[in-house]
Structure formats: structure tokens, C-alpha cells
Design a protein. Structure first.
Length: 248
């Protein structure tokens, strides 16, 4: 009788353990911003942060169709996904991200609307630069993020500590970046940096490092600073990049 009772208790315990369910994960979109206008053919960095237990994957959907899946290296409680979408078709598009845990639970979707337009409809250079602008439209500048050289994501810095962030970029286009190209702050936390920052004019396939001096804020928290290349005509081009630090 005692053995039967013990067996029953064990079975009930196993059933109870299996019935326990994790809380559904959550996800938020860090970029792009809702309502952003981008030139046709541009590659857009879709950055999201998922939180929860036993995270399994983050899916990027475009206009209701699955576009790309990113998976964390482990089943941790936070996953920062970077996915790249090529803005090939003109018009408005809905970008949606959602995250799953290993139990198959899915987060509420986070989404933004992005409008893809002809490059000619975006801000154009001043009239005296019109001949140069025509050449640049035939061979638009391009850049690809390669890696973080310094300050990996979620680096810890005490308040007021100075540090230097270095990004590595590659010219993946077919022409040299135009004179006057600079690295500029586009959103988030400036972190005491100076913007714009002059950069080397990279020829096609050349890799360069861009460095920015920064200072950790006085208040505890997590801070993120977004940067991107900007040409002399004030048009942004290439991948966005960011630095994310934590002040304990």
C-alpha cells in the first residue's frame, strides 16, 4: 500500500512539473524607426531585443511573410538580434519581429512601417553639386558593418569613465565613398560623443575602422547609441551600427 501511495505521489509530481509553463517571451524593436523612408535597394538593419526564459529564436516577417530567422547561441534570458532586410520593392512595408521560447510560446509582435521610395525623391544635393550627384546615383555609395573592434554589447563602465568605441566597416559598393563622407549620430544616447566624425574615403572592398570617444553617463542603466555614414549631400548610406553599454 505504501509503495502504491509513493508511486502515485511521484506520478502526480511529474505531471505537475510537466504542466508548468514558462511565461511568454517579450520582444521590442530598437530600429528602424516607425515611418522611416529609405531608398530603393538600401539594406536596412532590423535590430530587436528579446527577453524571457529559454529563448529559441527571433523571426523577422515582412508584409506577412517570413523573411529571416535568428537564433541565440544559447537559451539565455536576453537575445539581441540583428537582421538585414533589403528594401527592393517600392511602397510601404510592415516589418514585424516575434520571439519564441523552447516551449513554443511566442511573444506579442513588434512592428514598424517603412516606406521605400525612389532615391531621387530623397533629399538631393545643392544645385552646384548636381553633376556629381548624377554620377553618385549611377554608382551609389555603400557600406557594410563588419564587426565591433572594441566595446562589445553590454560592456560595463562606471559612471564618468571615458572609453573609445571602434566599428569596422567595409565598402561593399562599386565606387569610392565621396569626399565629405562622415560618421554621424542618428539616435539613442549620444554618450558625450562629438558628431559628425570624419572618416577615411574607402575604395571598393576596402575595410576601415571608425572610432568615437565616449563617456559613460552618470546614472545607472543601459544605454544605446546609433551611428551611420552620411554623404556630402546629407544622405545616409550603408548599414547602421550601435554601441550598447551598462552603467552599474
Amino acid at each position: 500500500m505504501k509503495k502504491l501511495l509513493l508511486f502515485t505521489v511521484l506520478v502526480l509530481a511529474l505531471v505537475a512539473c510537466r504542466s508548468e509553463s514558462l511565461d511568454p517571451p517579450t520582444v521590442r524593436l530598437e530600429s528602424p524607426a516607425d515611418g522611416l523612408r529609405v531608398a530603393q535597394g538600401e539594406r536596412l538593419l532590423v535590430q530587436s531585443v528579446a527577453q524571457g526564459d529559454q529563448l529559441a529564436k527571433t523571426e523577422l516577417w515582412v508584409d506577412g511573410h517570413l523573411y529571416e530567422v535568428a537564433r541565440p547561441d544559447d537559451g539565455g534570458q536576453e537575445f539581441a538580434a540583428i537582421q538585414i532586410w533589403e528594401a527592393a520593392a517600392l511602397g510601404p512595408h510592415i516589418l514585424t519581429v516575434k520571439t519564441f521560447n523552447r516551449q513554443g510560446q511566442v511573444s506579442q509582435a513588434a512592428q514598424v512601417e517603412v516606406d521605400v521610395v525612389h532615391r531621387a525623391t530623397l533629399p538631393t544635393p545643392t544645385p552646384q553639386l548636381a553633376p556629381t550627384a548624377i554620377v553618385e546615383q549611377e554608382c551609389p555609395p555603400s557600406a557594410r558593418f563588419v564587426e565591433d573592434v572594441t566595446v562589445p554589447d553590454d560592456s560595463l563602465y562606471n559612471a564618468g569613465v571615458k572609453f573609445t568605441k571602434i566599428w569596422r566597416l567595409r565598402n561593399d559598393g562599386e565606387c569610392t565613398w565621396p569626399a565629405g563622407t562622415r560618421w554621424v549620430f542618428i539616435g539613442g544616447d549620444l554618450l558625450g560623443a562629438q558628431s559628425p566624425v570624419e572618416v577615411e574615403l574607402a575604395e571598393p572592398e576596402r575595410i576601415i575602422d571608425v572610432s568615437v570617444d565616449m563617456v559613460a553617463p552618470a546614472s545607472p542603466g543601459t544605454y544605446k547609441s546609433y551611428w551611420r555614414l552620411q554623404g556630402p549631400d546629407d544622405e545616409y548610406f550603408g548599414d547602421q551600427a550601435y554601441v550598447r553599454i551598462t552603467v552599474p
